[in-house]
Design a protein around this ligand. Structure first.
Ligand SMILES: Nc1ncnc2c1ncn2[C@@H]1O[C@H](COP(=O)(O)OP(=O)(O)OP(=O)(O)O)[C@@H](O)[C@H]1O
Ligand SMILES: [Mg+2]
Length: 223
């Protein structure tokens, strides 16, 4: 199996006036092709910090990030942006869809940014939306969609450019049990269909039970 993401000895310290916060303490982690890792841990244990660093949105104080074989720490911001665009998708608890655009447009736009033609982007978006039962909601704006529907659109947006890795931060945090299970099922289907690798951070043990591997953070350490 190929390793798509490797974190070596990652530490992150936030400098604060009163005391420094060690958000991550010597984290080692390997994510392989098509693997789905659940990242558990209580509030403040460092889950979001870990995903931000893995996705090159934040820099570690120490340690190395290797994405698809490439060492990323010392790359220019421009090169980091390119790697992020090419390999990584994000899903958040609060969806972060574009409010003035329809569900369909929310999935078309990232593809256009990535260089697709409008025609092929639309075809792919329609296809994806129909696969997860949203064909009737394509023209609706995010505010007209339910929480579960919004999260499904957000997942499609994250996979629209078929990234290798998806980093999901509490993707079911705003959803009820039924919608949460649905989101997890979609994630599992994507893993097997596109061989996308996932790291899913959550408080909720029942969400990650079905994943390949579960890791647990406690006060910035993997245990
Ligand atoms: N930008 C920042 N500046 C200072 N401290 C921060 C910053 N971001 C996070 N922290 C601190 O780092 C620690 C880890 O935070 P993080 O957001 O990674 O936790 P989490 O596991 O995602 O928590 P939650 O489950 O509540 O989302 C916390 O003590 C937090 O207060
Ligand atoms: Mg968090």
């Amino acid at each position: 199996m190929t390793t798509v993401l490797k974190l070596k000895n990652i530490s992150k310290e936030f400098i604060e006036p009163r005391r420094n916060i060690v958000a991550l303490n010597k984290i080692n982690l390997e994510l392989s092709d098509g693997q789905c890792i659940g990242l558990l841990g209580p509030s403040g244990s460092g889950k979001s910090t870990l995903l931000q660093i893995a996705g090159l949105l934040d820099t570690p104080t120490n340690g190395e990030i290797i994405i698809n074989g490439e060492k990323c720490n010392t790359l220019s911001q421009e090169k980091k942006n390119l790697i992020r665009k090419k390999y990584i998708g994000f899903i958040y608890q609060n969806f972060y869809l574009l409010d003035s655009f329809s569900a369909l447009e929310n999935i078309i736009i990232p593809q256009l940014i990535n260089g697709s033609t409008y025609k092929s982007a639309k075809k792919k978006a329609l296809n994806l939306l129909s696969n997860i039962g949203l064909s009737k909601r394509i023209d609706n704006k995010p505010r007209e969609l339910s929480g579960g529907e919004k999260q499904r659109v957000a997942i499609l947006r994250a996979i629209a450019n078929t990234p290798k890795i998806i980093l999901a931060d509490e993707p079911t945090g705003n959803l009820d049990k039924k919608n949460s299970e649905n989101v997890i099922k979609i994630i599992k289907d994507l893993v097997s269909h596109y061989k996308i690798s996932f790291i899913v951070a959550t408080h909720n043990l029942s969400i990650v039970k079905k994943f390949d591997k579960i890791i647990k953070l406690s006060e910035g350490k993997l245990i």
